[in-house]
Design a protein around this ligand. Structure first.
Ligand code: ZN
Length: 191
């Protein structure tokens, strides 16, 4: 294979240039791309005004997901706007109530924070549930959905490749069949 003969630095340069090139293509809106371009990201608003001392950690969660997937984009809700996602703080264990794909409530529970679990990872993990991901416990720190099972020393707030793909598939499926998503029952996931 030719690829194997590339030097590390050349391979790295090529990898780094790929996102740049695709970004430029997207910005240019090249008509040739229209047929193959993905559906526009589904915009989901979130209201973190009830997240108390976790506010800054909670705001990182949507940023991480926005960096990680194309199918959904999380934005702060405008004042007075009904948000798709509410993020609250309470004294229980962190959990998420998903009413339908991309809609629900997240609690950043102080019980886990007091045990030493990372607040940004908690925020990102619980948002993962709202984006349709189940828990994958026990699991390694490289998995976001392994949650608390990866231990308090795990501070990774990023989904792994499989988790990103699953979210992309969820939103691609929702775009193709919105009624199936609307019919789904509320699901509460603890942790
Ligand atoms: Zn969970």
């Amino acid at each position: 294979m030719h690829v194997r003969t590339l030097t590390g630095s050349l391979a790295a340069t090529l990898l780094m240039s790929l996102p740049l090139l695709s970004g430029q293509a997207a910005a240019a809106g090249s008509p040739g791309d229209a047929a193959g371009s993905p559906a526009a990201a589904r915009v989901l608003t979130y209201d973190a005004s009830g997240s108390a001392e976790f506010r800054s950690a909670v705001d990182r969660g949507p940023e991480i997901w926005n960096e990680s997937v194309e199918g959904a984009e999380l934005r702060p809700a405008a004042a007075g706007q009904q948000a798709n996602i509410r993020v609250l703080a309470d004294d229980g264990w962190p959990r998420a109530l998903t009413t339908s794909l991309g809609n629900g409530t997240v609690w950043i529970g102080r019980e886990a924070v007091n045990e030493g679990h990372n607040t940004v990872r908690i925020s990102s993990h619980e948002l993962g549930h709202i984006l349709g991901l189940p828990d994958r416990k026990p699991g390694p720190c490289s998995s976001l959905m392994s949650g608390a099972s990866a231990g308090t020393e795990c501070t990774n707030p990023y989904p792994n490749a499989a988790e990103k793909t699953e979210v992309e598939d969820n939103f691609a499926g929702a775009a193709a069949s919105p009624s199936a998503v609307a019919r789904s029952a509320p699901v509460l996931v603890a942790g």
